[in-house]
Ligand binder design. Structure first.
Ligand code: ATP
Ligand code: MG
Length: 728
């Protein structure tokens, strides 16, 4: 018992040993909230002999749940830890529903859980069945409305439509929900909502759980949404022992329906609650805590706290600026290697964090290229994303038309009127002729239709698709890979299909642009010659799973949102640029800018000892494939110079000639270029890269950019006014 309380300060001890009634602990990052919660579980079992299965502890991620159980394993008698109910809301609800859902009468206990892309196909099916055009009524947007409705516990029957758009959404929502039930499927939001419904409709079921859970504990309480709050309230309804910990400055999920007002609601719902405050940060050095405070201080809607640390000043923060994102990634990996070799810090003790998922590709590649292990925490790896898989399936099919897996993947993506029946007929017809469905498809355009089983609409849809493939096949001879990819995206209407102008849609499109950038280095070789090589390289990256095995030695790559609650001795926050972090979308309102700032606060406070903040002077954005100059993130200038190494920013190894003109202290723009000074084939010399040949030159926003192949350095995109090229 002593051991349990020994590593705790008096306030934490109070939190751990107060067993009865509602308790709220609001405190800053690293102040030991999660630690208190974990110790409290052990204390209840050991001291108060509460059976582990009567304790419920909700964490925010599965990783956090795993870590908590790992700690408890050492604190509890053998085998007890498995009897605890520790997990995320979603995983706990899924478990309860497996046991109880049949009580509702319309789901079977073998229900399936639909992920995002399954959900999307369901929305589409609903649209089709209702005869609504999915070009007009964006499935992604509808999906999002449905999701937020569910987070606010608005079921289809309660969905109030005020506009025509909402009227349509209501109809789709209704049908979508019926389809889920018909498929015996629950989407992610349903896991919570259906549990809620079950508890409300069947008080006897709820009573069993209320009786069971003598203690209910919630970590990261500031990020609970309405349904989650209600579930907690219901479950703690009998014993009234609710222990919630959180930090309002770390609320970063309002875009998913999280509502910090739940903290206020808690205080209203439980007037007799006890508040415990923690102010010592045990995680980070003074330098890191101070920097974090300087960043969060700028938020208006907050209550100041008195967070302090006694861990000492520690190393200064390094702000490192690189020429472009490739070099930023290279710097990060090289630095990790250096820290490992010269300071014996294991790569597993370091983490790289970024604002958007798309940023992971270059980082992953940098790790792979240098043979360093990395671990992508949650989230799908770049090449596993739906849009990337779709695009690659097209490319594979066009590389090898006999690849029927790829054909199956793309034949209805985007939908083109080829239904399951037609697909089945095509398969059968191909089978009869002992050829692949892909080849059978091509026969439709080269041979008289009469010999095929198709007619009318299905024949037309198939012929249209075969014609499209045929056109693309022949384009392989003449177009380079990037041009070929653009043609593919344009002719298949994939962009309109994937990018519904919502946040997710934009991100999907951005991911595809990332894939396109990976093609740039194949230069002007015809697609025919390089497609095989490109696909092989991609496949190797996707197979890098083996690296995952040695988790302790692999550097974690994760988005800032998934970094919540975690800590690492060394943290790299990359892409510290205006428009990326803070994200361009957040400039729309004060609220979202404040949330962005909280995200920066979360990121900085993940570091124990060393913090690197990196940015690239130029980053490729959108479609052009050419890097555009960036501005440093406002969060960088919030940190006072005395906390930074050398009081300033340093540049990674790159050639100074390329850095200076776009550096932050040089705001004079070069005069706008109106004509091209280079053309394809021109021979040039560059200070760092040596001799090169111009592949293309183009004007973009008053700047001339040249794509140049350098012997031994590959292809670079350079802004002519900056690169100081010499003609040879
Ligand atoms: P966050 O808000 O980021 O989730 P937190 O408040 O949950 O942070 P913890 O993760 O519980 O903080 O603790 C931060 C670190 O400090 C952990 O490594 C933990 O073991 C350590 N720690 C917490 N309390 C103490 C203590 N009293 N003595 C020594 N170390 C402590
Ligand atoms: Mg925590």
């Amino acid at each position: 018992m002593n051991d349990l309380l020994k590593g705790l300060n008096p306030a934490q001890r109070e939190a751990v040993t107060t067993v009865d009634g509602p308790i709220l602990t609001l405190a800053g990052p690293g102040s030991g909230k999660t630690r208190a919660l974990t110790h409290r579980i052990a204390y209840l079992v050991e001291q108060h002999h509460i059976a582990p299965w009567r304790i419920l502890a909700v964490t925010f991620t599965n990783k956090a749940a795993r870590e908590m159980k790992l700690r408890l394993e050492n604190m509890l008698p053998d085998g007890q830890v498995h009897r605890l109910n520790v997990g995320t809301f979603h995983s706990l609800c899924a478990r309860w529903l497996r046991r109880e859902v049949e009580t509702l009468g319309y789901y079977g206990s073998n229900f399936v859980i639909y992920d995002d892309s399954d959900q999307e196909s369901m929305v589409k099916r609903a649209l089709r069945e209702l005869d609504l055009d999915e070009k007009r009524w964006r499935p992604g947007a509808i999906q999002r409305v449905i999701s937020s409705a569910k987070n606010e516990m608005i079921t289809p029957d309660k969905f109030q439509a005020r506009t025509y758009q909402e009227e349509i959404t209501a109809r789709v929502y209704n049908r979508y929900q019926e389809l889920l039930v018909e498929n015996n499927a629950l989407d992610f939001d349903d896991l919570l909502l259906v549990t809620h419904l079950l508890f409300r409709r069947h008080p006897d079921v709820l009573e069993r759980y209320q009786e069971q859970f003598m203690q209910v504990m919630v970590d990261e309480f500031q990020d609970t949404n309405m349904v989650q709050y209600d579930l907690v309230k219901m479950l703690a309804g009998k014993h009234g022992n609710l222990f919630a910990v959180g930090d309002l400055d770390q609320g970063i999920f309002s875009w998913r329906g999280a509502d910090y007002r739940n903290v206020l609601q808690f205080q209203k719902d439980y007037p007799q609650h006890k508040i415990i405050r923690l102010s010592q940060n045990y995680r980070s050095t003074d330098t890191i805590v101070s920097a974090a405070k300087q960043i969060i201080r700028k938020n208006k809607q907050r209550i100041d706290n008195d967070l302090f640390t006694e861990r000492g000043i520690g190393p200064k923060i390094q702000v490192v600026e690189s020429y472009d994102a490739e070099e930023e990634a290279a710097f990060v990996v090289t630095e990790i290697k250096r820290l490992n070799l010269s300071e014996q810090i294991s790569p597993g003790k370091m983490a790289v964090m970024y604002r958007t998922n798309a940023q992971s590709r270059l980082l992953e590649e940098a790790f792979i290229n240098r043979g360093m292990a990395y671990l992508l925490v949650r989230g799908t790896r770049f090449y596993d994303r739906k849009e990337i898989k779709d695009a690659l399936a097209y490319l594979r099919l066009l590389y090898n038309p006999q690849d029927s897996v790829s054909l199956n993947r793309v034949i209805s993506v985007p939908p083109r009127g080829i239904g399951a029946k037609t697909m089945g007929d095509l398969d059968r017809w191909a089978f009869e002729q002992r050829i692949s469905p892909g080849l059978a498809l091509f026969k439709l355009i080269s041979e008289p239709l009469g010999q095929s089983p198709f007619n009318g609409r299905s024949a037309k849809s198939l012929i249209d698709f075969a014609t499209l493939l045929n056109l693309l096949m022949s384009a392989k001879e003449t177009l380079n890979l990037v041009e070929f990819f653009d043609l593919l995206m344009a002719r298949t209407n994939y962009k309109t299909f994937i990018n519904d102008k919502t946040e997710e849609g934009e991100e999907r499109w951005e991911n595809l642009m990332e894939l396109r950038r990976a093609m740039l280095r194949f230069g002007n070789s015809p697609t025919q010659e390089v497609l095989g090589q490109f696909l092989e390289e991609v496949a190797l990256v996707a197979d890098a799973d083996a690296l995952k095995e040695d988790e302790a030695n692999a550097t974690a790559l994760l988005t800032l949102h998934t970094a919540k609650g975690l800590e690492f001795p060394v943290v790299f926050l990359v892409g510290m640029e205006e428009g990326l972090f803070p994200h361009s979308r957040s400039t729309e309102s004060t609220e979202s800018m404040e949330e962005e700032r909280r995200l920066a606060y979360v990121g900085v406070t993940r570091a124990k000892d060393r913090l690197y903040l990196t940015r690239a002077f130029r980053r490729q954005k959108g479609y052009s494939g050419f890097a555009e100059p960036t501005d440093p993130s406002r969060f960088l200038s919030d940190i006072s110079p005395d906390l930074l190494e050398n009081g300033n920013y340093r540049t990674s190894k790159i050639a100074p000639t390329m850095v200076k003109p776009v550096a932050r202290w040089d705001k004079t723009p070069s005069p706008a270029a109106t004509t091209l000074s280079y053309k394809t084939g021109d021979k040039v010399r560059h200070a760092t890269f040596g001799d090169g040949t111009v592949i293309t030159a183009k004007l973009d926003g008053g700047q001339e950019y040249a794509q140049i192949a350098f012997a031994g350095h590959g292809i670079k995109n350079l802004a002519v006014s900056i690169a100081k090229l010499e003609r040879r």
